[in-house]
Design a protein around this ligand. Structure first.
Ligand SMILES: Nc1nc2c(ncn2[C@@H]2O[C@H](COP(=O)(O)OP(=O)(O)OP(=O)(O)O)[C@@H](O)[C@H]2O)c(=O)[nH]1
Ligand SMILES: [Mg+2]
Length: 298
């Protein structure tokens, strides 16, 4: 199946409800009741109240036109353009994978390793989750399967020191992409958040030959709570973007909008399953068409 098909498929639950509400609006010729129904559906999909209100205005102003097309154009206009990968590669890139427990960091590290390895990049993974006993083993399984080297230190309980060793190795090995798995932490845990800030600072300060990026994993099914997580992480380590995980199991696929509007965090990748291939570069047109039900490519 084509990639576009996979994203379209993963967004089915979100799309089914939205396209049903749009159908009603069309059938009832933009009645107040049908607009109320659509509004509720869009809000339940986590699209965010500001975007929803404006989308409804677009419909009211285009009653006689192809209003779904107009809504599509509006939604495209509020998200950032897709970023060209090339801009990352002026320097070797470090990706610090951060986020709340269980949101998909380790799995996303492995998926990204595969994504970049497939592009011919020299990838190194660093297992810097020193909290959970099985964390290193979990990443090791992926690293073996992918045949990608992994730096770890099972006897260390200092994630910063594992990170330092890993980045030193990456420098001498001339890695292109260095993917760092970190421990899950709640945004409210002061100690763990300050530890993360220390790791980020250490990398920025000592490894200026690398482009240091941080990506947060956001579990799409968690809804509004994810926004708070993202804002709090962003205030500590200046996030470069998000990976929206578990998109396959939720009808709440709209979080991309408030993430960008309210926190200025753009989604870079979408996770659509537990397998290595279930990671897709975020493409705003494809995403919007997939939630509205336009241009079915599946
Ligand atoms: N369906 C689905 N499951 C996912 C996705 N990403 C991760 N998972 C699953 O979510 C669970 C947690 O994933 P991990 O990668 O271990 O999460 P983590 O953030 O590293 O967890 P901690 O290290 O404990 O904080 C695993 O069972 C994964 O297989 C996804 O995109 N879709
Ligand atoms: Mg993990």
């Amino acid at each position: 199946m084509a990639l576009a098909g996979k994203i379209f498929k993963a967004l089915k639950q979100t799309r089914d409800k939205i396209s049903e509400a749009f159908d009603l609006v069309r059938k009832e010729k933009v009645s107040i009741e049908s607009l109320d129904q659509l509004e509720e559906t869009l809000i339940l999909a986590d699209i965010g109240i500001d975007t929803v209100e404006k989308a409804l205005d677009v419909i009211k102003n285009n009653k006689k036109n192809n209003f779904i097309q107009e809504v599509e154009n509006y939604l495209i206009s509020v998200l950032p353009e897709n970023i060209n990968d090339e801009e990352y590669f002026s320097k070797p890139m470090v990706i610090l994978m951060v986020g709340v427990n269980g949101t998909g960091k380790t799995t996303s590290c492995a998926k990204l390793a595969k994504y970049y390895k497939t592009q011919g990049k020299k990838v190194l993974m660093i297992a810097a989750d020193t909290y959970r006993a099985a964390a290193v083993d979990q990443l090791k399984v992926w690293s073996n399967r992918l045949n990608v080297e992994m730096i770890y230190n099972e006897s260390s309980n200092q994630p910063s020191s594992v990170l330092f060793d890993g980045l030193t190795a990456a420098k001498s090995q001339k890695s292109d992409i260095i993917i760092v798995d970190t421990a899950g932490r709640l945004q409210t845990s002061k100690n763990l958040m300050s530890e993360l800030e220390k790791m980020y600072r250490l990398a920025k300060k000592n490894f200026s030959s690398f482009n240091i990026n941080s990506l947060i994993t956001i579990d799409a099914s968690l809804g509004q709570n994810s926004l708070i997580q993202a804002k709090d992480f962003n205030s500590i380590i200046n996030l470069d973007g998000a990976i929206l995980t578990k998109m396959d199991g939720t009808a709440k696929g709209g979080i991309v909008f408030p993430l960008y509007n309210e926190s200025n965090i753009s989604v870079k990748f979408i996770g659509t399953g537990e397998d290595l291939n279930d990671l897709h570069k975020f493409n705003r047109n494809e995403y919007i068409q997939s939630i509205l039900g336009i241009n079915n490519t599946a």
